[in-house]
Design a protein around this ligand. Structure first.
Ligand SMILES: [Zn+2]
Length: 111
């Protein structure tokens, strides 16, 4: 069984979104029921999946993906500045593009 997905996780360093690739590649051997699964559990590498009671494959897949999740998602290199970093007041505030920069307003008043 192979499943892949991308999850937008939160970077624990810069708190920005991290696109995290998740891929699960796993073999399941289907057996008749729980008893058969227990009987064969010792001598096989694959995970055994009993067909009776009928397994919910979505739940199985969800468990596998959850186990593949990184415990602490972080960027290799954070694409943005750390929010804790002190902002230089002389640098225009790009995030608040709707607001006029007070220094730019002063510049206009001088002319
Ligand atoms: Zn980051």
């Amino acid at each position: 069984m192979r499943a892949g997905t991308k999850l937008p996780l939160t970077c624990q360093r810069c708190l920005g979104p991290v696109e995290t690739d998740l891929e699960v590649d796993r073999w399941f051997r289907f057996v008749a029921d729980e008893a058969a699964a227990e009987a064969q559990d010792d001598d096989c590498e694959e995970d055994l999946l009993a067909l009776e009671p009928r397994p919910n494959l979505y739940e199985v897949l969800e468990d596998e993906l959850l186990m593949a999740l990184p415990l602490v998602p972080v960027h290799g290199i954070c694409p943005v500045q750390w929010p804790m970093q002190a902002r230089d007041p002389a640098v225009p505030d790009e995030e608040g593009s709707g607001r006029p920069n007070p220094f730019a307003v002063l510049q206009k008043l001088k002319k």
